[in-house]
Design a protein around this ligand. Structure first.
Ligand SMILES: Cc1cc2nc3c(=O)[nH]c(=O)nc-3n(C[C@H](O)[C@H](O)[C@H](O)COP(=O)(O)O)c2cc1C
Ligand SMILES: O=C(O)C(=O)c1ccccc1
Length: 335
């Protein structure tokens, strides 16, 4: 799928989707962390047919894999976010809609997919409440608040290519205010935990903080009312040199202490990667670039094919490792 996407995409768009911050050390480290791990399988456990279904914060899913929020799907394929959502609906996968989506959340929701909505915390809290209300009204079932972006990462490929904004004819459709004007996504290094506490009070939806790496921040997140945590370094697009997410996962899981679900993203490419992340304590994982590659390669159908392939791969890997359910995946299965 990645090679098909590379062939299909304009090189500037390829660089935007593929690239990371700085030297791309963290981007590479995310995948390498999975390559380092080895599975220690159990035998003769009579798993029979596996059952990959799971429920996270009240949302049921066919497998413990969600679609990570990624910007600008219409730059990958004309099917756009609605195409990704159609694939999610057909495979029973949850899609996290990006605040930087190029279609309105109402149109994405019209596909019938189970959606969560991602938000960059906005210093204009009245506008933030307006966006949250819109996501709620469209039927989104959780808010994912991205906390690793006090400023935008330095993506050197984009700087070289002069890629600074969406081309003409595209817009961040969920950044429109009540008058229909499109506002810019603000990133504000002045924001602190009090902002999260107020956001928590402004919605009945579960609030999941995305971009936690330090165990002390996992504890702070729980203390400030977060309902879930996503261990993420933004796919290596924010702080280059940040720890690989798989290496950060056990510390965050220990700090969360079972009080809230812990999810992880970054570098997962195979069923074995999902197995390893779950064994090391994740309740579910998210996929970023694999979805973009599949969308670029084949639109909604490509994303559906990728998700079905991953599901088959995870099911097969679990059979070989002696696991019937996600809950059977424990740390002793990873060397
Ligand atoms: C092209 C691109 C755009 C992204 N846009 C967003 C975004 O709008 N909001 C967000 O929270 N994360 C965004 N991310 C980060 C992803 O949600 C996720 O953390 C990351 O892609 C996971 O790593 P992976 O691509 O190796 O699977 C983006 C990532 C990529 C590659
Ligand atoms: O989050 C990102 O990585 C990203 O590329 C993006 C794009 C547009 C607006 C905000 C973030």
């Amino acid at each position: 799928m990645r090679e098909k996407a590379r062939a299909a995409l304009d090189p500037v768009r390829w660089d935007f989707f593929a690239g990371g911050a700085g030297e791309e050390r963290t981007l590479r480290a995310n995948e390498q962390a999975y390559e380092r791990r080895r599975i220690v399988p159990r035998v003769l456990r009579g798993t029979g047919a596996r059952d990959l279904r799971t429920t996270v914060l009240g949302t049921e899913m066919a497998m413990p894999v969600l679609i990570a929020p990624t910007a600008f799907h219409r730059l990958a394929h004309p099917d756009g976010e609605a195409g990704t959502a159609t694939a999610a609906r057909r495979t029973g996968t949850v899609m996290v809609v990006s605040m930087a989506a190029t279609q309105p959340v109402e149109e994405i929701a019209a596909t019938g997919a189970a959606l969560w909505f991602q938000l960059y915390p906005q210093p204009d809290e009245a506008f933030q409440r307006y966006v949250v209300a819109r996501a709620e009204a469209a039927g989104c079932r959780a808010l994912v608040v991205t906390v690793d972006s006090p400023v935008l990462g330095r993506r050197e490929r984009d700087l070289r290519n002069g890629f600074t904004d969406l081309p003409a004819g595209f817009a961040c459709e969920n950044m429109r205010d009540a008058t229909g004007a499109v506002l810019s996504i603000a990133m504000d290094p002045a924001l602190g935990w009090d902002h999260i506490a107020r956001l928590r009070e402004s919605t009945r939806l579960p609030v999941v903080l995305k971009g936690i790496l330090h165990p002390a921040d996992a504890a702070e997140a729980v203390r400030h009312g977060a309902d879930g945590i996503i261990v993420s370094n933004h796919g290596g697009r924010q702080l280059d040199g940040a720890v690989a997410t798989l290496d950060a996962l056990p510390g965050v899981v220990a700090a969360a202490g079972g009080r809230v679900p812990v999810l992880v993203d970054g570098g997962l490419r195979r069923g074995t990667d999902v197995l390893v992340a779950l064994a090391l304590g994740a309740d579910a994982v998210l996929l970023g670039r694999p979805v973009l590659w599949a969308l670029a390669a084949g639109g909604a159908h490509g994303v559906q094919q990728m998700l079905e392939t991953l599901r088959t791969d995870l099911d097969h890997t679990m059979a070989l490792a002696g696991a019937k359910r996600p809950a059977d995946l424990t740390p002793d299965l990873v060397a």
